[in-house]
Design a protein. Structure first.
Length: 131
């Protein structure tokens, strides 16, 4: 399915991981075609994301350029398993992720909200220029 959708979608600034980043998602063609600056994952289990997926979305062979990875939750066992691969590539590994695109569409921000309190305070902000 991803290979059929990729050319229709084309290059993007932000992409979310399909199927929580399970190991059979984000095939190389899909990743190479979209080439997002930002990847967002919605994780809830030790298998999110799969090591194979993390390797594909961070590979400079698949596409060059900077990229930031965000996930709402990186399971402690998966963090240990992924080791330096996760440590080197994730910008944020916990909290609610909010994407806000500015009115003109030329800039967007990723906000990380504290998910451990009901106040949902902003604990991180990352700003980007659209391509």
């Amino acid at each position: 399915m991803e290979s059929h959708a990729a050319p229709v979608i084309g290059r993007v600034d932000v992409a979310t991981l399909n199927h929580h980043g399970n190991r059979d998602s984000q095939n190389e063609y899909f990743v190479r075609t979209l080439q997002p600056r930002v990847w967002i994952g919605q994780s809830w289990t030790v298998r999110h994301p799969g090591e194979e997926v993390l390797r594909r979305i961070t590979s400079r062979f698949v596409y060059s350029g900077e990229r930031d990875l965000f996930t709402n939750f990186l399971h402690p066992a998966n963090r240990t398993f992924l080791g330096s691969l996760a440590e080197e590539h994730y910008t944020s590994t916990s909290g609610h992720i909010v994407l806000r695109v500015q009115a003109k569409g030329d800039q967007y921000d990723i906000f990380i909200l504290d998910d451990k309190t009901t106040e949902r305070s902003v604990i991180g902000r990352f700003s980007y220029l659209s391509r």
